[in-house]
Design a binder for this molecule. Structure first.
Ligand SMILES: [Zn+2]
Length: 375
């Protein structure tokens, strides 16, 4: 059954198209046609203005709507996270489990595998952030659970069979040969939570790592004689960079500098969201430690940032309204760029054959409606 969406400016992932309508057929986009060619026989929905864009893809989301994947790694929790963020334009996501016991991480993997098999809308795979991190840059990760990988860990990680697998590792903890083994098995290795030198980060990129996890946060910084992880990220044109554009994780001047230093098609907006995001409560328990929302920040008792309160639509608005990012680039950072990072040519664009995962935004970039795989 075809459904035609008309009445909005269409952002196809690259350019804005006026007076066009998008024809969906089942889970796919069938065509983009001139509005004047929309017949009366088809099911037509008039969006009455705004922008129709590819749905947002969040590759780092720990929780939302009160749910936390680490706390309860089940399909129901994943569904809750996906549903709460969907109201904010997220139509695809990698539920993210942070450093925890092997049991919790393997339960999260099983839950993602079942979610994909049973068709939980939007779940593309998993992001495992840790536990192979550098304790010197632990952030909110439990230092008692941070460790180096064993050969068993690597053989498990290279045979997960649960959709896309993104793995955040510290390049000064996980050797380049191990990173190469993971990448050969199509694990998307992202570098983060690390005091690695520029050279160590470069060696990891040469081995196949293709992203940096929350640029600037929990990593060695850019200095004159020691470019660090940040310098490696900004200067390496092969890799993607996740950024938390919430006004708390990175100073706006620093983000502007980063955006001026590297091509915009390398940035991915991520939320790093925790349970308070997308309609959750003001505090929650993170592995036995209390995290509280204070003036929009999520903090442990000692003031350490513990994920965010962010949603993808807010991140897009922050980029446009506060950082002055052109709308097209901000929308690409929320959809097309993460789709390219994941190697998903069927997402992040509105084109014949692509999945019909879309977001309708009003002119102030508030989310009006979403479709996932045509629904
Ligand atoms: Zn992190």
């Amino acid at each position: 059954m075809s459904l035609v969406l008309r009445g909005a400016t269409v952002f196809d992932g690259e350019t804005f198209l006026e007076n066009r309508a998008v024809v969906m057929d089942g889970d796919r986009i069938k065509a983009i046609i001139a509005e004047r060619d929309v017949g009366q026989s088809l099911h037509v929905m008039d969006l009455k203005g705004g922008i129709l864009a590819p749905g947002f893809i969040d590759v780092q989301v720990n929780g939302g709507g009160g749910a936390l994947l680490n706390d309860n790694p089940t399909i129901a929790v994943m569904q809750k996270i996906a549903t709460s963020h969907r109201k904010h334009g997220t139509t695809a996501l990698l539920p993210t489990v942070i450093t925890d016991t092997p049991d919790v991480i393997s339960s999260a993997v099983s839950a993602v595998r079942s979610a994909i098999k049973t068709g939980v809308p939007g779940v593309l795979g998993i992001h495992i952030e840790g536990p192979f991190l550098d304790p010197a840059r632990k952030g909110a990760h439990d230092p008692n659970l941070i460790r180096a990988p064993t050969p068993d860990d690597i053989s498990i990680l290279t045979t997960l069979d649960c959709g896309a697998v993104m793995l955040t590792v510290a390049p000064n903890v996980v050797p380049a040969e191990t990173i190469a083994t993971l990448c050969k098995a199509d694990v998307k290795v992202s570098l983060g939570h690390s005091n690695a030198t520029f050279e160590q980060a470069k060696a990891a990129l040469d081995a196949g790592a293709s992203a940096f996890t929350h640029l600037f946060n929990a990593m060695s910084q850019l200095n004159g004689r020691e470019p660090g992880m940040v310098g490696a990220a900004l200067s390496d044109s092969r890799s993607f960079m996740g950024i938390i554009a919430d006004g708390f994780h990175v100073h706006e001047a620093t983000l502007r500098l980063a955006l001026a230093a590297a091509a915009s098609d390398r940035f991915m907006l991520i939320t790093d969201a925790m349970p308070p995001a997308a309609g959750g409560p003001d505090s929650f328990d993170l592995q036995g430690r209390k995290v509280t929302r204070k003036n929009g920040r999520l903090e442990l008792a000692d003031g350490t940032l513990a994920g965010s309160n962010l949603t993808m639509d807010e991140a897009v608005r922050y980029c446009v309204n506060r950082l002055g990012v052109p709308l097209a680039n901000a929308l690409q950072m929320a959809s097309r760029n993460p789709a390219r990072f994941l190697g998903r040519n069927d997402l992040g664009r509105i084109a014949p054959g692509a999945l019909a995962s879309l977001v309708h935004l009003d002119d102030q970039l508030n989310v009006m409606q979403t479709w996932i795989n045509g629904t």
